[in-house]
Design a protein around this ligand. Structure first.
Ligand code: HEC
Ligand code: HEC
Length: 150
């Protein structure tokens, strides 16, 4: 019995394994040539040099590219935390602090309850995570081509 089992392994299993190994090697060879990732043509184990840190464009206001565009942020934001409990953007942009900080107040739309349409006293949950819509800009070469038109 044992002998028969061994024969099956030799006759069936080994050719099957060899076949799949060959297919796998061929696929690998083909994809290695065509595959270009954003991190460049580097082996898996290789560590690329760190990407350059681009300066955030600061000061003034950005012009809008289309009418409904959320205004772009003209300052750095990495120190301002936004989580479930805290939103540090609001210590300058909420109505109580805006004038004192010289910051534009979040617009009235940010206080409107989405379901009832009624204005609330604080920013509504749907506008809590500011960076879903507002982003700062850096002076950098685009990673991918952008064909956006108005
Ligand atoms: C320390 C105060 C302060 C904090 C905190 C702050 N901002 Fe600002 N923000 C400003 C000021 C001041 C301006 C106006 C800049 C100018 O006119 O040069 C501004 C401008 C902006 C604008 C441009 C508005 C427009 O109409 O062009 C956006 C958008 C904005 N901030 C979003 C944010 C977001 C999002 C956060 C949190 C991640 C944040 N800000 C945190 C002070 C602040
Ligand atoms: C769902 C997208 C969205 C979110 C989230 C959002 N905003 Fe806005 N924001 C906009 C749009 C769109 C405008 C311009 C039209 C308007 O006023 O509603 C705007 C306008 C602004 C302005 C300019 C107001 C003015 O009068 O010039 C400021 C400042 C601002 N947002 C800050 C914030 C801050 C701070 C947060 C987080 C608490 C936030 N926004 C969250 C979409 C968003």
């Amino acid at each position: 019995m044992r002998l028969e089992g061994d024969m099956t392994v030799k006759r069936v299993l080994i050719p099957v394994v060899c076949f799949f190994a060959a297919v796998f090697m061929l696929m690998n060879a083909a994809s290695a040539e065509n595959f270009k990732s954003l991190r460049g043509q580097a082996d898996l184990e290789e560590t690329n040099a760190a990407a350059s840190i681009n300066q955030v464009i600061e000061g003034g206001r950005f012009s809008q590219n289309y009418r409904q565009q959320p205004p772009l942020i003209p300052h750095k934001i990495e120190k301002y935390q936004i989580n479930l409990k805290v939103n540090q953007c609001m210590r300058c942009h909420n109505w109580q602090y805006a004038a004192k900080e010289g910051a534009p107040k979040i617009s009235e739309t940010h206080y409107l309850d989405h379901r009832t349409g009624k204005p609330l006293d604080d920013v509504v949950p749907g506008r809590w995570f500011c960076t879903q819509c507002h982003v700062p800009q850096v002076d950098a070469k685009p990673l991918v081509e952008n064909t956006f038109t108005k």
